[in-house]
Ligand binder design. Structure first.
Ligand code: SAJ
Length: 426
């Protein structure tokens, strides 16, 4: 049994590793030659706990081999990027290119599963393209019918930093273009998924994936809006949220400098694009979250004393805590905006990387460690709540002006010990 995974990125590579560890012969395909060479050496090009050891093992066993062009298999799993264009339209060209690349190899009995986050209708469009390219084979067209090749959508929903455990333990939706396609897909994933598998139609499975991330975006926008309300009313937003969340049916997420990464900040646009008249809430959440970095910069600039150049130390650059990924990071955007202010001497610290990302190079920003930056700063800005920053001594922050976008110092560390009177259930 051979599985080919097209795209060896943040999702494809761990998926290759898991299939290979469950007895499949796995062929990983990526257009990037460097990725292919690295994987064939048993190395990885992304940071993800425990993945390096697993890849090393399955490559040494000969269960995973990487190629830059597609190879024949019995099942094809497509895990390529689906970005948005500058005018916020979904770009499914990588999915269609992947389908084109496997079309010549398809044979009767094969399965094609799309995993990439995709606009509603993409799986069916992909099947239409395959039908055009391979008129000699039949593809699913009727939910109850049979076909030569089976096609389904089954989105990943794993959290970067916990990918291996979540791949195994999370439940999965499976949207086959026919019931037989769903059955085949369920059998494939049952080889490693310990969670439940839920069968639905392809379009519903596509919308489910987008909905999960849009829900999180709206919830974070709510927290960010509440942060603005609390600023107006001189209240501590983290305390308000913490106490509101003690209600058994309230679960508000955390405010911050904005929403980064390549999922939550992107996927709602796939829904907005498909139903522009019906999505005022999602659109407004996107606006609130993508405007946050500008709000943070305004708060920092309000602390500057006129007529004197002051040092601002920005702590953290990644898009969320305890990872090195700086793609679409709101922290990077804050630093980039601050770099344009001639009254600021700007310092930045990011314990997970050795240098500034491209977007911040040649802008006069001093890249250093957190303690040096704090020491020299007039204003300290906490942009990412990395574990390391928990250990910063409050003495070193004593005479500094603080902009704490994650509530690390202003709430999590400063919680009053006498503010909780324990009830009988304790
Ligand atoms: N964030 C906040 N406040 C919060 C939580 C997050 O401001 O309370 C910010 C983070 O700092 C970060 C951004 O949101 O900048 C996104 O981080 P995240 O941890 O919420 O999500 P991702 O992008 O790492 O992964 C998400 C996950 N989706 C959901 O939790 C619904 C993951 O399960 C998906 O598989 C992934 O998107 C994906 O690939 O779609």
């Amino acid at each position: 049994r051979t599985v080919s995974v097209i795209g060896m990125g943040y999702i494809g590579l761990p998926t290759c590793a898991i299939f290979a560890s469950r007895g499949f012969q796995v062929v990983g395909v990526d257009v990037n030659e460097t990725v292919v060479e690295k994987v064939n050496r048993g190395e990885i090009h992304i940071v993800e706990p425990d993945l390096d050891g697993l890849i090393q093992k399955v490559v040494a066993q000969g269960a995973l081999r990487a190629f830059s062009t597609p190879q024949p298999a019995d099942a094809y799993v497509i895990a390529v990027p689906t970005p948005i264009t500058v005018d916020l339209k979904p770009d499914v060209s990588y999915v269609l290119a992947a389908a084109r690349s496997i079309a010549p190899m398809l044979k009767k009995g094969d399965l094609v599963v799309l995993e990439s986050t995709s606009p509603v209708g993409t799986t069916r469009n992909m099947a239409s393209l395959l039908t055009e390219l391979r008129p000699d084979l039949s593809f699913p067209s009727d939910i109850n019918g049979d076909s030569d090749v089976y096609v389904a959508y089954s989105p990943e929903r794993v959290l970067p930093g916990k990918v291996l455990t979540e791949l195994i333990n999370n439940d999965r939706s499976i949207g086959g273009l026919s019931l037989r396609s769903s059955e085949r897909t369920a059998a494939l994933y049952a080889s490693f998924v310990a969670g439940d598998l839920f069968v639905t139609v392809a379009e519903a499975a596509e919308l489910v994936k987008l909905t999960e991330n849009a829900f999180r975006d709206v919830n974070i926008a709510f927290a960010n809006e509440l942060a603005a309300v609390c600023q107006d009313l001189s209240l501590n937003v983290w305390e308000v949220i913490d106490l509101a969340n003690r209600h058994p049916r309230v679960n508000i997420l955390q405010p911050g400098p904005g929403v980064g990464g390549h999922c939550i900040a992107v996927d709602p646009y796939f829904i907005i694009d498909a139903a522009p008249e019906s999505t005022p809430l999602m659109r407004s959440a996107r606006q609130i979250n993508s405007h946050r970095p500008h709000g943070v910069v305004k708060d920092i600039e309000a602390l500057l004393e006129p007529g004197r150049k002051q040092t601002v130390a920005c702590l953290g650059l990644s898009f969320k805590p305890n990872i090195d990924d700086m793609r679409e990071s709101p922290a990077v955007e804050v630093v980039e905006l601050l770099a344009a202010n001639p009254d600021i001497r700007l310092m930045a610290a990011e314990p997970h990387t050795r240098s500034l990302p491209c977007a911040l190079q040649d802008k006069g920003i001093i890249f250093t460690d957190a303690l040096t930056a704090i020491d020299e700063a007039d204003i300290v800005v906490l942009l990412v709540d990395h574990r390391q920053f928990n250990f910063i001594d409050s003495e070193s922050l004593k005479d500094k002006k603080l902009v704490d976008t994650r509530g690390l110092w202003t709430w999590r560390k400063a919680r009053r010990p006498d503010a909780r009177i324990e009830g009988k259930k304790h």
